[in-house]
Design a protein around this ligand. Structure first.
Ligand code: CU
Length: 152
């Protein structure tokens, strides 16, 4: 996995965006869990910033949710609580992980039911101005579909 990430990063650096020093943030392994229409879905992923400037996720939109919130989860006194975030930073040359018990997206008010094999389309907007489209693959397991497959 690590060598794949390094390869992806070097490919990005070779691209025209890197020449200007503005490599856009990459959305890796976006995944979600089954949920019924009218309820809220989750979104997990890894954001990788190949650029030389820090960036931040500031807005997420999906055509199948009334709105998309960014949350962080914290454990205090044995109780898990979620807090809404206006922005989630992605350091220059670094990564920010959205996963169970950490940062996550909440697709509020789903307009359709999500089953394993479905995908949630979304557009992520960053403070740099970059807009990145992603599809969150719905998995019944505890990780992205490819990873849960490897666990068997
Ligand atoms: Cu949440």
């Amino acid at each position: 996995m690590k060598s794949l990430l390094i390869l992806a990063a070097s490919l990005t650096l070779a691209g025209p965006a890197a020449a200007k020093g503005t490599g856009a943030v990459k959305v890796m392994s976006p995944w979600s869990r089954p949920a019924v229409a009218g309820s809220n879905g989750v979104g997990y992923m890894v954001l990788a910033n190949p650029g030389r400037a820090a960036d931040a996720l500031t807005r997420v939109e999906s055509p199948i949710a009334s709105r998309v919130d960014m949350h962080s989860s914290t454990m205090a006194g044995g109780v898990m609580s979620m807090q809404q975030e206006d922005r989630v930073a992605v350091p220059a040359g670094g990564q920010t992980t959205f996963g169970p018990g950490a940062y996550h997206l909440m697709f509020m008010g789903l307009t359709r039911t999500l089953k394993p094999g479905d995908a949630i389309p979304a557009t992520l907007t960053f403070s740099s101005g970059a807009k990145v489209k992603a599809r969150f693959a719905v998995s019944a397991g505890m990780g992205p579909p490819a990873m849960s497959g490897m666990a068997h």
